[in-house]
Design a protein around this ligand. Structure first.
Ligand code: NAP
Length: 464
């Protein structure tokens, strides 16, 4: 096959891969087409990697095979983590992606120096800086989410000034290198300063803001890949990186909106610091609790029930029991809907994925904005392992760290029942006044076993 034909074949494969990447993103936006989206993305990635391996410029496969084995050795176990660990797994994927982009940029520089052009240096410099800071930032984010590192923001006086100065130093070195690409002794300093900036960027951010940060790091990793595409003259990498970068950015914006926060507040607000909660008065407050039998009676007597699931449902893996509860209540003529908060759980779409896994019909899942209008006319709001996303302090307490965050208005339902194991706080570490309302009943227990007990009661009380 002539070189021209080979090149044309490779280019066509890359175009097909790019189109499939775009379709994958589109299909992933709805649960109905999500599986097709995943498949399209996998085929696109396989085509892009396969075509690259067939490129005649690849002269030796030994190192490629070795790195492929190492990569698969890390990737396969990472793909098998529990769904609750997916945020930290995603952070690690971003770390690896960014590291590889940064390393390729570094290699490109040393292969090219002293003949690197100024334009080429600008591309490499930006790519290496963003790749390096994304690498260390993502590692810190993964450490915080895995609770290896403290989740609370680590802050000190003048922090923003120090962090921005470090970023300024990295950019200054890059500018000197653009003017004098041959000053290769400055290059390692630029990489080191960018790596340090990644650590400084994420340490002051609290655990509750990690999803937004991860999504932002996802966006950085995507833009690094796009820049790498320019450095390597790879169109498919430019397209895939730009898609990744822009979708990550859009997701961050959506999440900021869902929490009623600005980007600056997320990045520099040190949200989630340990609060000095005013204990006075709280100790005397009491809550009402109920048994599975009582809960079952209340549910059976209701016409409308809205279930608000949260992180606890995911931890308990209660979604299949919830499905049984949905089935039995529906059979008894109760209208059951699910209210899904955009940041319920620990990753965007977390609840949708779990409920879809349990085959709950999609048309019973309602976004927060849709369901909030119905909650005041709802007989029972059943909160299953959700806490922060139902906290009315977000509406009423201007001093609360989550003030302004839109919530599921479960407190407006006629009766509220909350399944959780204790009075412990949720992710943001704050009290939830919902539990002390007269209309609220606490159902203390593990979500899976408590829902299971309610189902048994509803299906005739046979204990088996
Ligand atoms: P949450 O505020 O973290 O509360 C979860 C509740 O579930 C806890 O209060 C816990 O109380 C209960 N729980 C834990 N294990 C349980 C079990 N086995 N059975 C029954 N209950 C259990 O969760 P959320 O209301 O879903 O809110 C999500 C929070 O995570 C928000 O602050 C959000 O900003 C943050 N976040 C979201 C994402 C995202 O993208 N979705 C990512 C990271 C962080 P007990 O210990 O008393 O049982």
């Amino acid at each position: 096959m002539s070189a021209i034909v080979t090149q044309q074949l490779l280019d066509s494969t890359y175009i097909v891969a790019a189109v499939l990447f775009i379709l994958a993103i589109k299909w992933l936006s709805s649960p109905v087409t999500a599986r097709r989206g995943v498949l399209a993305g996998e085929i696109a990635a396989a085509l892009a990697v396969g075509a690259t391996l067939c490129n005649p410029e690849v002269v030796e496969y030994k190192w490629i095979i070795i790195t492929l084995i190492i990569g698969a050795g890390i990737g396969v176990p990472l793909g098998m983590v529990r769904i609750t660990a997916v945020p930290q797994r995603t952070a690690l994927s971003h770390a690896f992606g960014a590291l590889s982009a940064a390393l390729i940029g570094i290699a490109e520089y040393y292969v090219g120096v002293p003949h690197v052009t100024r334009f080429g240096m600008a591309e490499i410099g930006l790519e290496v800086i963003i790749g390096s800071l994304t690498f260390t930032g993502s590692l810190i984010a993964a450490g915080k989410l895995q609770e290896i590192l403290p989740q609370r923001p680590i802050v000190y006086k003048g922090q923003n000034f120090v962090s921005l100065s470090v970023l300024g130093a990295a950019l200054l070195i890059m500018i000197i290198l653009i003017v004098h690409p041959e000053y290769s002794y400055l290059f390692p300093a630029m990489v080191a300063v960018a790596l340090i900036f990644g650590v400084l960027l994420v340490t002051p951010i609290g655990g509750a803001d990690m999803p937004t940060v991860i999504s932002l790091l996802n966006s950085y990793a995507g833009f690094t890949a796009a820049l790498l595409g320019f450095v390597l003259n790879s169109k498919v990498l430019v397209v895939a990186g730009a898609l990744d970068g822009s979708s990550g950015f859009i997701l961050s914006v959506i999440m900021c909106k869902a929490m009623n926060r600005s980007f600056t507040n997320v990045m520099f607000g040190a949200f989630g610091q340990v609060q000095q909660v005013a204990k006075a008065g709280q100790e005397t407050r009491t809550v009402r609790s109920a048994t599975p039998e009582e809960a079952a009676e209340i549910l059976a007597a209701a016409n409308t029930v809205v279930i608000a699931p949260g992180y606890g449902m995911a931890v308990a893996q209660a979604q299949h029991k919830v499905r049984e509860l949905y089935d039995i209540l529906t059979k008894q003529g109760v209208d059951v809907k699910f209210g899904i908060h955009p940041v319920a759980g620990r990753m965007p779409g977390h609840m949708n994925v779990l409920l879809a896994e349990a085959d709950i019909p999609y048309d019973k899942l309602f976004d927060m904005d849709e369901i909030n209008g119905e909650l005041p006319q709802t007989d029972v709001a059943l909160v299953i392992g959700a806490n922060d996303v139902t906290n009315p302090a977000a509406r009423t307490d201007a001093g609360s760290p989550i003030f302004g965050m839109p919530i599921l208005d479960v407190d407006k339902a006629r009766t509220v029942m909350v399944i959780k194991r204790s009075m412990a706080a949720g992710f943001a570490g704050i009290e939830n006044p919902l539990y002390y309302l007269d209309k609220t009943l606490m159902l203390f227990g593990d979500a899976k076993s408590f829902v299971g007990s309610i189902v048994r009661e509803l299906s005739g009380g046979s204990h088996g």
